[in-house]
Each structure stands twice: as structure tokens, then as C-alpha cells.
Design a protein around this ligand. Sequence first.
Ligand code: LLP
Length: 401
Amino acid sequence: MLSYKNNQLFVDSVPVSILANKTDTPFYLYSKNKLSEKYNEINNAFSKVNHIICYATKANENVYLLKILAKKGCGCDIVSIGELNLALKAGINPKKIVFAGVGKRDDEIKLAIKSGILMFNIESIPELYRIDKIAKALNKIARIAFRVNPDIDAKTHPHITTGLSHNKFGLCFDEAFDGYILAKSLKNIEIAGIHTHIGSQITDIDSFILASKKMSSYISKLKSAGIKLKYIDMGGGLGIKYKDEKVINPVDYADAILKYLPGNYTIILEPGRFLVAETGVLITKVIYVKKTAKKNFLVVDAGMNDLVRPAIYGAYHEIIPVKWKNGKKHNWDVVGPICESSDVFAKDRSMPLASEGDYLAILCAGAYGYSMSSNYNMRPRPAEIIVEDNKYKVIRDKEKL
Ligand code: LLP
């Protein structure tokens, strides 16, 4: 989606500088083509089996992007009433919505049952009782899966690993087994499947293989106990290349998972980052070039309130100039205007000479970018713009003061 022509950065066919000159920075810029491409890549990788791609909505909650995915037949993995509302508004088929999260509230459960979602991915026994009770009051049957925690180290950042036994997510295999037996006896519950999600930004294929092997032997154990499932939800987590990571190709991912899982089930995948990270960039302007005895700072107009990943995970995001300048490179700290020392997008990053008013593009910002943004320091959230059919379109205005 990104290319330089005559030293000018383009997103598909749109020159970024022309757009930036007309738009208040910072702003997120997405590519519809890229989003479609990413969806097709993962969808095609699983084409051999019955499957549903349930996009992890939390990665990017722009309704326009969701509508594009809905038209392609995509489902959603949701974690709140807000995401449920959004998915339904975007036209996502409720039969393709799965609902995870350790703290589902009564109003959330109620609306999800009424909307006829595919299944609740249950994370505790009290939650099972609560869903049964609410379904009974509504005179409905709620479809469920247990989220199992397979105790696998996905070798990712500690804040985004979820499948270890000390994490708050899911139930261990034995507890989930008791849960399934109990669920069988509850009148307003229908057992539909099983779920796991071992973490995010995973680049180690062995973690997925291990998860599939563990799920597979567990599913046989359930079968022997008379628990029949229709859906195996393997969660999300497929990593992308932010810097120099060796990433898993979706075809290898599908092969690795499908090799061990039993046949005759519908496989659910919940990719978030994989679908949207590379679909978006954050465009920002250099406000000041500040040179001190120790450091050269580029003070930009985007802050950690707009993109918090570097500040909270120490995450690396590539930064490139919107207008390429040849010549000697310099080391820069790219920092935002927020009153926190962690408001830093890059440290000692080698980039061409930059001056006041230059635009920069922070890459791979489409996932967990806008969706984790805030108004910290009383800053309005940025606009979101998409490039589609050789044109650009504002899909969310910048917030007003
Ligand atoms: N399914 C469940 C149940 C999840 O909790 C998540 C992400 C996903 C799917 C999607 O995972 P993905 O395919 O995007 O890796 N804010 C962090 C990532 C947090 C992920 C939370 N759960 C970041 O910026 O790296």
C-alpha cells in the first residue's frame, strides 16, 4: 500500500503530502485494498475447511472498516456491548459473532442472547450460571463454548500473553471439563464449541502447533464423555512484521493448525492485528526540531494519546518521511507533546534530516492504534481517513474541542 514516487510517499494512488496539507494532523490513514488483501489472505488459507473469520473488533473499531469486512462475509469476536452494537450496525451477521471476556455484564449478555450471536466464549463457571439464568428469563437458549487456557507460553510480550495458567483468561482443561458436564444439565444452555486464545503478536509457529495438539486431545476426551462440539475457535494472535520479526505466513499457520485439529468441525479464527495493523499509518507533523547537547528531538504533533503502543509496550513502529530527502542520515528521538517521559515513538532512530513542518508516517498503526487512543492531556482524538477507489474519504472526523 506504501510507495515512493519522485520521493513522495503514496498510499495506494494518493500522495500523502497533498492530503496532509489539507488535513489537520495527526490523522490515521487506511487502505481499503490492503484490508481486503489481508482478509483474502487469511480466508483463502483456510478455504479447505468450513471456517469463519471472526475479526477481533478491538483491534480497530471504525465502523467503516467493519462494513468492508462485513461485506466480505467476515464475522466478529467481541468483548463488550459497545462492540456488539458496532458489529450489528456494520451489518455483521450475528450468527458469526463470538463473545469473549472475563467480565460480561448482565446487559451485555442479554443483548447478545437477543441478537442471536453464534456463541459466548465462557471464561468462568459463575458466568455459565449467569448466562443460563438470563437465557431462562428471556425464554431462549444460549449457545456457549468454554475458553480453555492451555498453559502455553506464546513467547510474546508479557502484557499480551493470555494462555498461561496464571493469566486471568479462560479455564484450565479440568475446570472446563467440569463446566461442560454442568452445562449439559442446564436447560437454557446449548454446548456449541470450544475456544482458546494464547496471546497476541505471536511469531513462533510451535506455540500454535502445541495449542492445536492440546485442543485436539482434549476434544477427544470431551467426545468420550458424550460432549459433542460443532465449533473449534482457535482465537487470534497471528503476528505481523513491525521491524525484523520473522512472521508466520497465513498458509503455514493454517496448515500447522489444521494438521492436528480433528476434521468435521467448523474452525473459527479471531485475527485482529493481522487484518488491520498494516492497513493503517499515522500521519504526523514535525512541530519543532529540538537539538540539545545530548539529543536531537523531533517533536511531533501525535502523542501517546493517539498511539499508545510504544509507550506501554515499548513497541517498535517504523517511521518514514512523507517526503524523502536524500543525504546523510541523523539519529533522532521522535517524541510527542504529552507530559510523560514515555511519550516517545522512537529513540535514536536513523532518519533523513527533518525540519519544521515535515510530515512523518508511523507505520503498522492500524491495529490497537485509534482503538486505544484517549483524550489524555485534553487532546482531541485524530481523524481517520481511508483511501478507496483512488480517492480518499474521511471516515471519522477529528474530535472537536
Ligand atoms: N481473540 C481474543 C479473545 C483476544 O483477546 C484478542 C486480543 C484477539 C482475539 C486478537 O488478537 P490479535 O490477532 O490481534 O493478536 N493492545 C495489544 C494487543 C492486545 C490483544 C488483546 N486481545 C497491542 O497493541 O499489541
